[in-house]
Design a protein around this ligand. Structure first.
Ligand SMILES: *[C@@H]1O[C@H](CO)[C@@H](O)[C@H](O)[C@H]1NC(C)=O
Ligand SMILES: *[C@@H]1O[C@H](CO)[C@@H](O)[C@H](O)[C@H]1NC(C)=O
Length: 503
């Protein structure tokens, strides 16, 4: 039975059955079977555009408007609204002549389906100037479609979805474009510089194969875009490119230039970028990037990366897992992610948090100086696992300029095996008899010759009182001296993360 094919409708089954019952009892035929051609007096034509399935879903969606999520039991179903199949807003590209076998170019057919979906007036808007397309769907019907040109959208619109199939660039696909371009071109001025053209567009359940011609998806000046459950391969530029706009949510997706499960003999030649974020407030959640020179490049503010697994290209081959490349405040949060033989590179990081991540295979965090500034950086509670080569878990790249402003940088509480611990805080104790106690923190502290704060306690083993003082903290070596020789233990804690911003 058709309804069993869709979980969304199954969840609404009680309501749907109530509807069918209500409709059947209203039917003049009375005992009409569920697949009969008359429901509630409306005649279903055998128009090829019609799908009974869509009809049922359409009806149940409309009913839920009356019911709502917390409605009382469906004892009083409202009178069924009048039914007209032409009201379906699901556009099947095969109905427009697209070829689901991937043998011939389907770009024009898919383009016609999209034009039809956009040719609609609900009288409602999302952001001013962005018509609400009501939740229309461009349905790919599980086919593989060959494209000679990118899929573009008329300007402007929102509340629309494209889903459920595969798109593959042909050998004639233009170089350096993207399979799907959520981007408005104007004939005179090219890309519109700033206005929002699209809002709440969903791209889901898609496999995109860029056939080494260009990229997967471009999202330009769009608001609240959802890319969900996509598999994007064979890109030469970017798997996903986001420019301007805000709140592109990329989630539960897989991206790779080559299809590989790791340890690929081509790895040293991997190029391109899995996800390029040139905008603010985006979120990447539960995404795997399995081949690309750079996994995620972040060049905007306030982006969140969570649950990402990067094994795109090993550091040893010149790859970067996540590259934070922002001028000024980055406000980037990289959480709960898995950096697998490839690390995180942050340039002049200002307001960056890296927490709860797992670094495998000597992968590490590199803080690179461009203008010599790093402020408000927290690298805490991560796991680092290496193979005993002595790689620092966090390293400074000052090859072009030294860091001159270092303020509020916290590298602490990381769990380290087979790599060299680096930290901005440390504690140690020394025991002995004498007048001088020296604790050398230089092998663990991240920054050379810098102790912002320290505390110590001198605990004599004998019941004597002795004068003692801090003498020196140069080169991260703490020297305590006493006025007389005593047997004592000296406990010292030091920190390099004083935050001058608070002043
Ligand atoms: C939009 O649809 C109307 C019919 O509803 C049609 O007359 C018109 O030509 C269509 N416009 C486009 C651009 O397809
Ligand atoms: C502190 O120690 C350094 C050597 O580590 C030395 O050059 C310097 O003079 C010492 N400073 C004082 C105040 O003793």
């Amino acid at each position: 039975m058709a309804i069993s094919r869709n979980g969304g409708v199954l969840r609404r089954l009680p309501l749907l059955l109530a509807l069918v019952a209500a409709v059947l009892s209203a039917s003049p035929a009375g005992a009409c079977a569920a697949d009969c051609q008359h429901l509630g007096g409306a005649t279903i034509s055998d128009n090829q555009h019609f799908r009974r399935w869509d009809f049922l879903r359409h009806r149940s969606d409309r009913l839920s408007i009356f019911g709502g999520p917390s409605a009382s039991p469906p004892s009083l179903p409202p009178p069924p609204p009048s039914i007209s199949i032409s009201h379906s807003r699901i556009f099947h590209v095969t109905d427009y002549g697209a070829d689901p076998t991937g043998a011939t170019d389907s770009s024009p057919a898919i383009s016609r389906a999209i034009s039809d979906a956009f040719n609609y007036s609900s009288g409602l808007q999302l952001m001013p100037g962005i018509p609400n397309l009501g939740g229309a769907e461009i349905h790919l019907d599980g086919g593989v479609y060959l494209l000679n040109s990118p899929i573009t959208f008329p300007s402007t619109g929102g509340n629309i979805k494209i889903h459920g199939g595969s798109l593959r660039a042909s050998d004639d696909f233009p170089a350096n474009r993207y399979i799907i371009e959520l981007q408005s071109y104007s004939p005179s001025s090219g890309i519109s510089p700033s206005a929002y053209h699209y809002e709440f567009v969903t791209l889901s359940g898609l496999m995109l194969d860029a056939n080494f011609r260009g990229g997967g998806i471009a999202v330009v000046n769009s608001l609240r875009t959802l890319i969900d459950g996509c598999y994007i391969v064979h890109f030469t530029s970017d798997g996903i490119y986001v420019h301007g706009g805000h709140e592109t949510f990329i989630r539960s997706s897989f991206l790779g230039q080559y299809i590989t499960a790791g340890g690929d003999h081509r790895e040293k030649t991997f190029s391109g970028t899995g996800i390029r974020l040139m905008g603010n407030d985006n979120s990447v959640t539960d995404v795997v990037i399995f081949s690309a020179e750079t996994g995620i490049l972040i060049a905007g503010a306030a982006n969140t990366i969570t649950g990402v697994h990067c094994y795109n290209k090993a550091t040893a081959w010149g790859g970067v897992g996540i590259h934070v490349k922002v001028a000024g405040r980055s406000q980037t949060r990289i959480l709960n992610s898995y950096m697998d033989f490839t690390g995180i590179l942050a340039e002049d990081p200002v307001q960056l948090v890296i927490a709860g991540c797992y670094f495998l295979g000597n992968a590490r965090v590199t803080l690179r100086s461009v203008n010599g500034v790093m402020r408000g950086v927290n690298i805490v509670d991560n796991i680092f696992s290496g193979s005993g080569y002595g790689v620092d878990i966090v390293g400074l790249d000052e090859s072009s300029k030294r860091f001159v402003v270092v303020d509020g940088v916290v590298v602490e509480r990381n769990s380290v095996e087979g790599m060299r611990l680096r930290s901005t805080a440390a504690t140690a104790s020394v025991e002995g008899k004498g007048t001088t106690w020296t604790v050398d923190f230089s092998s663990v502290l991240l920054f050379e010759n810098r102790i912002d704060q320290m505390q110590y306690t001198l605990a004599p083993a004998e019941s004597t009182f002795t004068n003692h003082a801090l003498r020196n903290v140069s080169d991260n070596r703490v020297v305590i001296v006493s006025s007389a020789a005593v047997r004592a233990t000296v406990h010292v804690s030091v920190s390099q993360s004083m935050n001058f911003l608070k002043a």
